[in-house]
Each structure stands twice: as C-alpha cells, then as structure tokens.
Design a protein around this ligand. Structure first.
Ligand SMILES: [Zn+2]
Length: 482
C-alpha cells in the first residue's frame, strides 16, 4: 500500500513521492531555547518523531533537520526572547541558550524522541543568512530602511498560499499599526538593526544587527536538505506568518523552485479545555508532567489522537493512558516470562505466525493513512488481547511463536511508536524478580492451605505496596503489576 499524507499546502491527501527514491529529507521548526519546554512542544515533536520512525521502519533513509532558534524570535513587545531569558536568569544570552538546549534535549530523550540528524542553530549560520538577505535585496524582493531589511510581500504574489490568506485581507487587517518604514504592513524583517541595548549583534552590509526569525528556517533547511525537499513539519500555530514567510523567502531566493513538497502541521494541545498560557497559569512543562506520569504514558496519550487535531490534557485522560500502557506492558512481560520457560528448540508454527502478521499489516495500513496513530494503537491493542488469549489458553506455545509475538511488540510498540521501554525487564523488575514473586505466591498458597491467614495476607499486602496485585481464582493465583 502507498503512504498517503495530508498535505497542508494542497489541503488534500496525497500519495508520498520522495524527491530521491528511498530517501526522506525532512525539516521541522524547533524550539526557541529561552525556557523549559512545555507540553505543546511534546505534542509536536512526539508526533513528528513517529513520522520519522515510521519512514525508517519502512526502509527509508531519513535526514531529519530540526533547528534551535537562538536569536531573532521577538516577543510582541519587540524584545528578543533570548534577551528576556538572560535578563530573567541574570546570565549571558548564550548561557541561556545552552541551558535550555540541554533542558530540551533531556526532555526529548526522556520522551523517547529520537535526536534529529542535524540540529542547526541560527547564530551558527549568520554568514549564510547575510548572503540570502543580500540576494533578496539584489533581486528586488527586499528593501532596506534605516538598517532594517524587509521582505516585500507584494513581490511574491503567492504569499498566503499555505495559510490560505489573501494579500488584500492582510492589508485590511494590519493597516491599523502600519509602520512608516515598511511599504506594506505585512512586510516582514529579514534583518533588524540592533538598538544599543541589544546584546546579540553582528556586522552586516546594513550596519550592526541580527536576523529576523523566519529567515533562519529557509536558509538552514535548504542548506542541509536541498530545494525542493520532501517534508516540512511543525506546530500548526506557526503556519502564519512564520511558515508562510519561509516559503516566500526560499521560493524567491531560488527563483520559483518550490520550497517543500509536503507540509505536515501538528494541532495544538489544551489543558482542561483551555489554551495553555503562562498568563493563565496553566502552562505545564514537560518536566512537571513527567513527575506525575511515565514518559510512555505521555507518548501514548499524545498518539491516541490524530496529530492534526487538537488534544486536551487532563488528569483523567492521562490516567486512562497510563492504564492502557500498563495493560500492554503486562502482556509483554507475561510473554517474556513464558519465553524464559519455553522449551529452547520450539519452532514457530507457520499458521499461527501468519495470523499474527495480519496485525502488523493493519498497523502499517493505519500509519500509511496519514500517520493515523489512534488506529494503529487500536490494532496494537487487538494484538495485545490476542496474545493474552493465546497465553492463557495455550500452555505449549512454541518458543518460535512466542518470539514472533515478541518481535511484533518490539517493532510496532517499540521501534515505530516508541512506547515500549527498551529496559522493560529492568523497569518491571526483570525475570529474576518475576521468579521471586512466583515463589512468594507459592508460599502464600501454602499458608492459605494450612489456614495461616495472617501470614498469607502479609504477603499479599506487602506485594501490593510494591505495586504487584495478586488475583485469586479457582485455577490458582496469578499476579500482575498495578
Ligand atoms: Zn521555522
């Protein structure tokens, strides 16, 4: 089956055709590193991570570029976000940058988000940026005004094609705060004059200054990925003006060559039904959330709704995600215990394995359909139920069949969705601990048989404190993790 992507540029489902066979070149707008990352970042980068993981799993060679904005992204007040961080933390701007790059990487590593192939920084590409700004000036797409260089959107008639906005509407909407030095109210800065108090500044043909926010993405994406490249991703909140400006700059600089062929934009995250914002006091950092929930549960929660749509973070939703995760992890653990006990020479029974592989096909079909992770998770849970059923009903499943089951879990839940911890045995206590729990359960059975109830209850309650639940039934006692 062919992989289809909902392309924001055409607002249609389109079959994925890479620029180069077998390769995917992909760019995603990264964070501005002046503060800890919040849950909105988690949603965007986990969603894009599954896109990357799926392409790799399907055999593509992926070059994934995700930038780090370390200059030029201004607040509405006109202050550079990095400068704001420096003032707040009373440290150098580049100390701010390094502090929050580390924080961002730590968060992403914990969430199982694979590191990109390249994480370019704006401040490391100032010469390239100056070259682009000069080129856009030379070819008449930009103009200089008192040390600032602006892109003239009237020179790029397609401006607005990604966000579906018309030039005329833009003018009407923005006329109120038209700045004298701009020709059109929506013209945007490629290069900004550095005021005396601005710390980050570089020499340029237009005096000391620093780049505007949008230009870094056009420059760095095409430097490492070529033009056109395959996929541009990011949060939907950046579609306008940021992504629109990226297109205008790159397609003007490269004389009409398309910038990116497919645009994948990720919907927003709300908290208890409200937009997350610092002023509302409901802004939740990834680190806050990880104090309450496991990284796999957070990923599972994010992937349980389609990436394009919004998702609402609430305690109930996260607890449901945690329960779902535990169900699957318990089954994987049970399966691996059985593998420890299975006879070594058992071969896979072909009919059984073929039936299991149907689940993999359904899973792939879901992700081929614009990375439909909720559907993929539903298939994974059908598979989990099937494995459970077979483990319960069938005492002599061969080692080969058990390994085939485990491989499907590793591939789908592990490699593609990133929700199967690699150190599951460690996390769940390992095979040795499993055997120790079995021994305690047997001991408790003996106490029960000899009516030594208080000793039997002590074992149960001590195990319960450790998160291990015993379940008694006429066939005997089984145990599972809470
Ligand atoms: Zn960007």
């Amino acid at each position: 089956m062919a992989l289809k992507i909902y392309n924001y540029l055409s607002r249609k489902m389109e079959r994925f055709r890479p620029v180069n066979d077998g390769r995917v070149h992909m760019y995603v707008c990264g964070p501005t590193v002046y503060d800890h990352s919040h849950l909105g970042h988690a949603k965007t980068y986990v969603a894009m991570d599954v896109v990357v993981r799926y392409f790799k799993y399907r055999g593509y060679q992926v070059r994934y570029v995700r930038n780090l904005t370390d200059v030029g992204h201004l607040l509405d007040s006109g202050e550079d976000r990095i400068t704001k961080g420096a003032r707040r933390d009373r440290i150098e701007p580049m100390e701010v940058v390094d502090t929050y790059i580390k924080s961002f990487h730590d968060d992403m590593d914990t969430l199982g988000v694979l590191r990109p192939s390249i994480s370019p920084r704006a401040t490391c590409h100032i010469p390239e940026i100056i070259k682009w700004v000069q080129g856009l000036l030379d070819w008449g797409y930009a103009y200089e005004s008192e040390g600032n260089v602006y892109f003239s959107i009237e020179k790029f008639p397609e401006y607005g094609k990604l966000a579906n906005r018309k030039l005329d509407d833009l003018e009407a909407g923005a006329r109120v705060d038209v700045r004298e030095e701009k020709h059109h109210p929506s013209d945007f800065a490629l290069w900004k004059r550095a005021e005396p108090e601005h710390i980050m500044r570089w020499d340029s043909p237009w005096g000391e200054g620093y780049p505007g926010w949008h230009i870094e993405c056009s420059v760095m994406a095409t430097k490492y990925l070529g033009q056109p490249f395959d996929i541009h991703g990011g949060g939907l909140e950046n579609i306008f003006p940021h992504n629109e400006c990226e297109i205008a700059q790159a397609e003007s600089y490269h004389q009409g060559v398309p910038f990116a062929n497919y645009w994948i934009l990720v919907g927003s995250l709300t908290v208890n039904g409200m937009k997350m914002s610092k002023s509302l006091g409901n802004s939740l950092t990834i680190q806050d959330a990880l104090k309450l929930y496991s990284p796999e549960a957070l990923r599972y929660f994010i992937l349980s709704s389609h990436y394009r749509g919004p998702i609402d973070f609430s305690r109930d939703a996260l607890q449901a995600a945690q329960r779902g995760m535990n169900r699957m992890l318990n089954t994987v653990q049970k399966l691996r215990f059985r593998m420890d006990d299975a006879l070594p020479a058992g071969t896979a029974i072909l009919a059984q394995v073929a039936a299991l592989e149907d689940y993999r096909e359904d899973f792939n079909a879901a992700l081929d359909d614009d990375f439909n992770t909720p559907q993929a998770l539903a298939t994974l849970f059908e598979f989990t139920r099937e494995v459970n059923r077979q483990l319960d009903e069938n005492d002599d499943i061969s080692m080969g069949t058990l390994s085939a089951m485990d491989k499907i879990f590793r591939d789908l839940a592990g490699t593609v969705l990133g929700i199967l911890p690699e150190n599951l045995e460690e996390r769940l206590g390992g095979a040795l601990v499993g055997k120790l729990v079995d021994t305690l359960v047997e001991l408790r059975e003996e106490y029960r048989a000899s009516r030594e109830w208080s000793k039997a209850d002590t074992i149960r309650s001590r195990l319960n404190e450790m998160g291990i639940v015993l379940e008694d039934s006429p066939e005997g006692t089984t145990w599972r993790l809470k």
